[in-house]
Design a protein around this ligand. Structure first.
Ligand SMILES: C[S@@+](CC[C@H](N)C(=O)[O-])C[C@H]1O[C@@H](n2cnc3c(N)ncnc32)[C@H](O)[C@@H]1O
Length: 276
């Protein structure tokens, strides 16, 4: 069911994560670990503290834990919290992995957690309804020399405005109509991808885009598609705006992976190099 906060609908992320949970296996965990190692440019996270903001399924908490970090994970959605707790139970997280309900917009709560060597907020801040406040709160708990790893939807101008309307519509529709609506929205995108594969005489490329999707952060294409069409609140940011915001708070950009101006998230890893 869609929750409503301050008159605005909210996508039930946790429900989508609950469906994804059965797909979590060693291969996906290994891919998630690799994504952390690559972006954080480290072989492991031994002895480091890791804050998983908006942990969703808990897959990246598990990956960070496997890399040796002490993990604290939280999410605003109780069903997402239950997912992360289930992964912790399944894979034996021990005392070095805590999971609870909390909001990145709750400044007092976030500040009470202390400081972390890595603050990870992948695809979260733009779904809070207050992206800059959320980023401010996340940045505030990065320890000196620590890293802030975030992914925020790319600002595509009018296209982003149209997507916002689509996502809002999905969430205000009666539940029975959401899946047909999602398929209707997805169809032209899928048709475009299939046509491109056929025109370049590589039809298998389209099939691979589904079959090999797990190589992308260990996620599932179907669940990401539902998350993409339904994910609301929805805000976007230009990479330069994120860069300026973080630089003003004492951060230096260490790594950047853009979505090439297209639909999707830009990923940033910042290092806290100076006091804000
Ligand atoms: C697209 S999912 C990303 C999950 C995870 N970080 C990942 O990379 O797979 C966004 C998550 O942010 C959570 N979220 C939304 N608003 C939040 C808030 N104010 N505080 C904490 N989590 C929030 C949602 O419940 C959802 O699980």
């Amino acid at each position: 069911m869609t929750q409503v906060a301050h008159g605005e609908p909210r996508f039930a992320f946790g429900k989508n994560w609950a469906h994804f949970l059965s797909m979590v296996d060693d291969q996906r965990i290994a891919v998630a670990e690799r994504s952390l190692r690559e972006m954080l440019e480290t072989a492991d996270l031994a002895g480091r503290s890791f804050l998983d903001v908006g942990c969703g399924s808990g897959l990246f908490s598990l990956a960070a834990r496997r890399l040796g970090a002490r993990v604290h994970a939280f999410d605003d959605d109780p069903e997402a919290v239950a997912c992360a707790q289930e992964l912790r139970r399944r894979y034996g997280g021990g005392d070095a992995w805590t999971v609870e309900r909390g909001s990145i917009l709750d400044q007092a709560y976030v500040a009470s957690l202390g400081q972390f060597d890595v603050v990870y907020a992948w695809g979260v801040l733009h779904h809070t309804g207050a992206v800059w406040r959320a980023l401010d709160n996340a940045a505030a708990v990065v320890a000196p020399g620590g890293r802030l790893f975030i992914a925020i939807y790319n600002d595509q101008g009018a296209l982003s405005v149209a997507w916002r309307a689509i996502k809002r519509t999905y969430n205000v529709l009666p539940e029975a109509l959401r899946l047909p609506f999602a398929l209707l929205v997805a169809l032209p995108l899928e048709a475009k991808a299939l046509a491109a594969a056929l025109l370049t005489l590589r039809p298998w490329r389209y099939v691979q885009s589904w079959l090999r999707y797990g190589t992308n952060r260990g996620m599932s294409r179907w669940h990401d598609l539902v998350d993409w069409i339904g994910g609301y609140p929805f805000e976007v940011a230009k990479p330069e705006a994120v860069l300026d915001f973080c630089r003003a708070r004492g951060f230096t950009l260490a790594k950047l992976k853009t979505c090439g101006g297209k639909l999707g998230c830009n990923e940033f890893v910042f290092v806290k190099t100076a006091p804000a």
